[in-house]
Design a protein. Structure first.
Lengths: 93, 429
């Protein structure tokens, strides 16, 4: 099974400029593990100190928020297009 | 115009989570940890001129608080935005069982009749500073109206992205200013995601994407004004509508800054958030005792609040729960009834978001979460003339009469009879 993943611009300096990758991950956890392996420089940006995927990083599958598809339990389908989009907040501390 | 601002304080962007400094640039996200950036000020520098007396001498608009706004050096305001009335709501108070209730009425904010005029005014000041010739935003309506209007006045090109199902008045109220309106077949959350992607590609000043940290600071002026208009004291409670969740956190920041600057006595203000039940990710989380938002698919007529994945939800929840406040939500029929109630009691015609705020306030008094004599401010953030479609069918339009006194007397007679019938039915009941 193959999926494509779009890398947002701010992270491309950690992927040698690559904006899109293909991989065969079956779920979100595996996708992030694949990214960790291929681009070690990305890991501290994608995960917090406890290894959790960062709160302000949203994952979309075919333009739908993955949380509406079952989140971590969603199984990628062949040809899925995955978007990583940072959440734009900006309230007060 | 000469609404003198330009009392600049040093400020910079810092990450709210990892605290890395990012100087001043059009950016809203920390590249290191993806967390939001926040404007931090040199409060010691501001202290010299940010005093009650100095502020009192300045024109009645939001620029009177310039020291604690992120404004470029030598900034000169082009519009007298803000300083909307704070009104005692005596009649609404009687209906809700409240004796110390106030309305902060941003339904009459200039130039486009919503509180969004405040945030846009700051964002466009920075858009000019950073050299953008085009400004843009994702919007549920009010923001698009305000960006379009202020862009026209300041000479920017404007691109506005909105969900296709917006109220007609909000569509027209954007197009009238000559802005480019892009309707998206999707929810606001999808529009917002798309704008993040577009902002990545275009060299535009997206007021609520790459200019967002500056933009959001404009909301603080609601809090500054409430405190000043209460005679430089803080209220006991504020009730604030929540869409993305930013406004409630910024009112809190404003109150905290006034305490820090010594302009008001310290006080623990309770923050109450209001949502429509059909889009209530924040109030649902507060009621469940959760600190994280579960996104929802909005189904409410309160389109200006229909954000199912609120970017500042996490921080809004913290502001509410740490203050000892609460969050409530109302159904669409309750919201519409509350729009009518506010109009009939205190003569303020608000949009759907204001109906949500008023309806939630009624619940909070009924639940005893707000005591009748506590100083309580409802933040009314938008104007009812923009959402008249939700009132369709609520009022009968009677047949016209001939221009004759006899015809009028017949109408008057019928009206008196109806009134008597109402009274006798009430007495029997």
């Amino acid at each position: 099974m193959n999926i494509t993943v779009q890398i947002p611009t701010p992270l491309r300096r950690h992927t040698a400029g690559t904006g899109q990758i293909e991989c065969s991950a079956v779920n979100v956890e595996e996708l992030f593990s694949t990214l960790d392996e291929r681009f070690p420089g990305l890991k501290p940006h994608l995960r917090d100190d406890a290894g959790q995927i960062r709160r302000f990083l949203n994952v979309y599958v075919n333009e739908e928020d993955i949380r509406f598809l079952g989140g971590n339990t969603y199984t990628f389908q062949d040809g899925d297009e995955v978007l990583l989009v940072p959440s734009i907040a900006g309230g007060a501390s | 115009m000469s609404s003198t601002a330009s009392v600049s304080t040093k400020y910079e962007l810092r990450c709210r989570e990892c605290h890395r400094s990012w100087g001043n640039q059009p950016r809203s996200i920390c590249d290191d940890c993806f967390s939001p950036l926040e404007v931090f000020y040199d409060y010691d520098e501001a202290r010299g001129t940010f005093t009650r007396d100095r502020i009192a001498d300045r024109p009645p608009n939001m620029w009177r608080y310039a020291e604690l706004l992120p404004l470029p050096e030598k900034f000169s305001p082009v519009l007298p935005v803000g300083f909307t009335p704070l009104l005692p709501a005596l009649n609404l108070g009687k209906r809700l069982g409240a004796t110390n209730l106030w309305i902060k009425n941003d339904a009459v904010c200039l130039p486009t009749l919503s509180f969004k005029d405040r945030v846009v005014a700051v964002a466009l000041a920075q858009a000019r500073n950073f050299g953008f010739d085009t400004v843009a935003c994702s919007s549920t309506g009010n923001l698009a109206n305000s960006v379009a209007a202020q862009a026209a006045r300041s000479g920017f090109k404007a691109w506005l992205f909105v969900p296709a199902d917006l109220e007609p008045a909000k569509i027209l109220g954007t197009q009238i200013y000559g802005a480019k309106l892009v309707r998206i077949a999707g929810s606001y959350d999808q529009v917002n995601r798309l704008c993040s992607q577009i902002a990545d590609e275009q060299h535009w000043g997206f007021v609520n994407v790459n200019l967002r940290p500056y933009y959001a600071e404009g909301s603080k002026t609601v809090g500054f004004e409430i405190a000043e208009q209460l005679g430089w004291r803080l209220p006991d409670n504020v009730v604030v509508p929540m869409a993305g969740g930013s406004l409630i956190t910024k009112i809190k920041k404003a109150f905290d800054e006034l305490i820090q600057m010594g302009l008001v006595a310290p006080k623990a203000v309770k923050f109450f958030g209001a949502q429509a039940t059909g889009c209530s990710p924040i109030s649902t989380a507060v009621k469940a005792g959760s600190v994280e938002v579960e996104p929802q698919k909005p189904t409410t007529l309160a389109r200006s609040l229909a954000i199912g994945n609120p970017a500042d939800g996490h921080y809004a929840i913290k502001a509410i729960t740490q203050s000892g406040g609460w969050a409530e939500d109302v159904s669409d029929p309750e919201m519409i009834e509350a729009i009518q109630l506010l109009a009939e009691t205190d003569g303020i015609f608000t949009e759907t978001a204001g109906g949500v705020t008023t309806g939630c306030a009624r619940k909070l008094y009924q639940q005893g979460r707000i005591a009748p004599d506590e100083t309580t401010v409802l933040c009314i953030t938008g104007n009812g003339l923009k959402t008249t479609d939700v009132l369709a069918g609520k009022y009968e339009v009677e047949d016209p009469i001939r221009p004759k006194v006899a015809d009028f007397e017949a109408v008057l007679q019928r009206s008196l009879e109806l009134q008597e019938k109402d009274i006798s039915e009430t007495v029997e009941a």
